[in-house]
Design a protein around this ligand. Sequence first.
Ligand SMILES: NC(=O)c1ccc[n+]([C@@H]2O[C@H](COP(=O)([O-])OP(=O)(O)OC[C@H]3O[C@@H](n4cnc5c(N)ncnc54)[C@H](O)[C@@H]3O)[C@@H](O)[C@H]2O)c1
Length: 504
Amino acid sequence: MTALDLAGPVAVVGTGTMGQGIAQVALVAGHPVRLYDAVPGRAQAAADAIAARLDRLVEKDRLTGAERDAARARLRPAESLADLADSGLVVEAVLERLDVKQQLLRELEDVVDDDCLLATNTSSLSVTAIGGALRNPGRFVGLHFFNPAPLLPLVEVVSGFATDVTSATRAYEMARAWGKTPVACADTPGFIVNRIARPFYAEAFAVYEAQAADPATIDAVLRESGGFRMGAFELTDLIGQDVNESVTRSVWEAFFQDVRFTPSLAQRRLVESGRHGRKSGHGWYDYGAEGERPEPHTAEKVQPPAYVVVEGDLGPAAELVALIREAGIQVREDEEDHGTRLVLPSGGQLALADGQTAVEFRDVVYFDLALDYRRATRIALSHSQDTQTQTLAEATGLFQALGKDVSVIGDVPGLIVARTVARIVDLAHDAVAKGVATEEDIDTAMRLGVNYPLGPFEWSRRLGRSWAYDVLDDLHMRDPSGRYAPSLALYRHAYASEKREGTP
Ligand SMILES: NC(=O)c1ccc[n+]([C@@H]2O[C@H](COP(=O)([O-])OP(=O)(O)OC[C@H]3O[C@@H](n4cnc5c(N)ncnc54)[C@H](O)[C@@H]3O)[C@@H](O)[C@H]2O)c1
């Protein structure tokens, strides 16, 4: 089968959730599709389910009746693996177990032609390890679709250690011809998306475990300030706590228990207690008939300050100066550049989250990073016992005057959005340095795979060259476990252009 041979037969082995989705994609793209499942009757049931979905596409005018009929005629369940002999591509989507996948591929290799491309949809096993079972692992590649495969555009095309470049290219071109957006990546734990997305969950859980805020508040801040489509708690309830935790655990184990990927104790308790999320009626939230979603913590309305003094450059929060002026609050600019903060009439300071804690300063309120301060509808603030009541009230009133809800959380360094984004940016730089994927493909993968409002590199460019490094450096000082230690890649990125004097 050549790269774009849309007439070539495709086989899908394992016809559960993913197998059905992948089969539908190949079928609609024009291939004859063969379905095989180890459990008798399942391939036929899958063919019926796919046919019903094609009917719905016709109802929605996304397929004509004639196209549906032709597609149905191209779809066939197979009785045995031997029926897949003429396939140009076989995608396996069976049980996520190395021994099961290896055994299947060994059997397949004896059935198909030498130029048949073999692919796995594994999400957490090593493509290299699965391919190790083959006589010719060069023709074996990862084709990691996301659920639901017919709807989600991203496909990670994973090259194992032994995968031939030509096989990876064929798989990539095939995914593109199927209307998907492929990204190329190396065979490392979690590939791109499941690796770089870990801090999105982990930092939200960490802020909760630190008793700094409840799930509803953290979710609201991630959505309304961070610009994420969903918060980490509601999203993991949707994914399933058991499923999300098992991805985290597999990435952590595969990285030899690297502290940057340590799973969450709070999530472990949920999983152990059977609170798996929406599907079990309980997760972080309750979903029963009476399960009301708790409200995020939102501060009472207070008076805004009459003026603020801007000292230095507010960096990623520079837009605030214009917003404050537009809200009718006087902005005084301090000629002398003392730093990067606002000074309130109380004499206290208002500073952008930087990885330090409020308790280290006499009278300070920290505010969280926002994706876009103009469009954000909520801002998180933190303070310490040494912060004057007046300073917190003026900071609260200031953001309320800009039309934002304010959530006051505990004094955690990097608040909620800043620590999350800094860690995602770090893992993205680290992944490029380790040859996992290109910057462009990582940005694409994170936008399409997990719906991030910006790719990590686009975000990093907006925030400034050393922003993420500086935040993590501060966080690392306050939690020296290694969890926040910025990678060498991020350090290089932050300081590459600053040549130091002297000899090393
Ligand atoms: N569900 C997801 O969100 C998702 C997303 C991406 C990747 N994946 C991966 O896709 C694969 C399948 O996941 P799923 O959720 O579709 O599972 P599933 O349980 O819905 O389906 C698996 C199917 O494989 C069949 N099967 C098991 N062993 C077999 C064998 N030896 N030969 C033939 N058929 C066999 C089972 O009978 C079942 O029908 C796994 O590797 C999983 O990690 C899943």
